[in-house]
Design a protein around this ligand. Structure first.
Ligand code: NAG
Length: 458
């Protein structure tokens, strides 16, 4: 064998070894971590009241008066450039209209009555005073089973997103032999739920807290549904607690394993290996999709690194807070709305409903604690748990809404969700599925649980 032949043999062997090593590493399943109950409250762990207390939203006159003063003072607004809509962020000409509406038409005391139409509760879990809504179906026939369903919101959302879907889930349907009772918590640090006093409460730990909350309420086994952070948290719950989770429904399924990411990149060469013909342009060209994510994800880097600095500004200015939050309700509902003067906000929403959500952040002063979740999600400790690479054996269903920020085909999700019982390409809707398309989402949840329940019986 000549020198060239030897070199060739060596390089072929090395390449084979490297490829073999990569596949070996990718197929290694990390061990499921055991996450312990942790005291997230202030000071030393101590015994707290474990009862479930009735709760009513009733914000003090002082907070509302202070808000009115701040809204009246908002004179420092830089006008947008000519012919610019939402491309540079929230259009300040339109922002003035939002503020005018907020000051003169939006009536918090009336909205409180609306928000209190469902029964609210609080209870201490893992050192935190947590808030949740709990709605049971009315008048259920004896042959109809009632399944507990945890509904989890994300950022910059709140329990408000679920107001229209709650009655759809808790009302029995013709020819369906089950219905839901729903538990809708504010995530720790969001709205009426207390935030952590200690670092480390990331999405994996929130999964533990939420399971503990469900057990406190009396549910050892339950279904869970979520979007945004709620989607990641219910996915974590399915991965960590397959004995407790009867099934998971997500409107933002995402498998962020190394293997899934590599496959997306490799798919550039042959897209239909990864995604069906009709959805190729949802993933490819990859560069175009990453470029879009870069354009829209600046907030995430900021929140993941300096949440408290950002929080100072947003906590001090209701107008700034509204611009920051509502910008997301424009672009994440429909990306083309960036080129509309009002960001398309009133095409799908009412300003009153959008302001309810902003108010939940304002009156509770929770914006800083809410954005800290990003910081806790992107830590070495959180990545070390490797939850992305541990397959979930909990029955899972994914609803892929067409305007969601990122798209993942079924082929990639099946690696993470070993029992992916349903994957629906939804006909319309974006990131805030429950808020935007409550009927579509409720239908999909019923369909998914029908399948999960029938498989459980066999
Ligand atoms: C709200 O709290 C105030 C002051 O504590 C009280 O007077 C009022 O009745 C409460 N309103 C409701 C709707 O509970």
């Amino acid at each position: 064998m000549g020198l060239l032949g030897k070199l060739l043999l060596v390089s072929v062997t090395l390449t084979a070894l490297v490829i073999g090593y990569i596949f070996y590493t990718l197929n290694q399943v990390p061990q499921l971590p055991e996450l312990e109950n942790t005291w997230w409250g202030a000071g030393q762990p101590r015994k707290l009241d474990e009862s479930i207390r009735n709760f009513k939203i009733n914000i003090s006159d002082d907070i509302l008066h202070d808000l009115q003063i701040r809204l009246d003072l908002h004179s420092h607004i830089t006008p947008p450039m000519e012919n610019v809509n939402f491309e540079y962020g929230f259009n300040t000409d339109y922002l003035k209209k939002v503020v005018e509406f907020w000051k003169t038409k939006y009536n918090w005391r009336e909205r409180e009555v609306f928000l209190n139409k469902f029964p609210h509760f609080k209870t201490y879990v893992d050192g935190l005073d947590l808030h949740f809504i709990h709605v049971k179906p009315q008048k259920v026939d004896k042959n109809i089973r009632v399944f507990p369903l945890l509904l989890l919101h994300g950022w910059p959302g709140s329990v408000r997103e679920f107001y229209d879907i709650i009655p759809l889930l808790t009302t029995p349907r013709k020819d369906v032999n089950f219905v839901f009772e729903v538990i809708v918590p504010s995530l720790p640090g969001y709205g009426f739920s207390e935030g952590a006093s200690k670092p480390g409460l990331g999405p994996a730990q929130v999964a533990v807290v939420m399971k503990n909350l469900m057990e406190r309420i009396g549910f050892k086994k339950f279904y869970a549904q979520g979007g945004d952070w709620g989607a990641l948290i219910v996915s974590n719950m399915g991965t960590l607690f397959p004995k407790s989770l009867l099934g998971v429904h997500s409107n933002m399924c995402f498998s962020n394993s190394l293997s899934a990411n590599l496959k997306v990149l490799l798919g550039s060469l042959w897209p239909t290996l990864i995604v069906d013909e009709a959805h190729v342009d949802k993933l490819y060209p990859v560069g175009q999709h990453y470029a879009y994510l870069l354009e829209e994800m600046g907030y995430m880097h900021l929140q993941a690194t300096k949440p408290d600095t950002l929080g100072v500004a947003l906590r001090d200015s209701p107008v700034g807070l509204a611009a920051y939050i509502l910008e997301k309700f424009s672009t994440w509902t429909e990306r083309s709305w960036r080129s509309l003067p009002d960001g398309g906000l009133t095409r799908k929403y009412r300003l009153t409903d959008l302001l309810d959500n902003v108010m939940i952040y304002w009156v509770t002063g929770s914006i800083t604690t809410s954005v800290r979740l990003y910081s806790e999600a992107f830590t070495k400790a959180q990545f070390a748990l490797k939850l992305d690479s541990i397959p979930s054996i909990t029955p899972t269903a994914c609803a892929a809404f067409p305007n969601e920020l990122a798209y993942q085909p079924k082929s990639l999700l099946q690696e993470k969700y070993l029992k992916l019982v349903q994957y629906t390409d939804m006909p319309r809707g974006g990131h805030f599925a429950a808020f935007e398309e409550p009927e579509l989402l409720a239908d999909d949840v019923f369909e998914a649980v029908k399948i999960m329940d029938s498989k459980k019986a066999t």
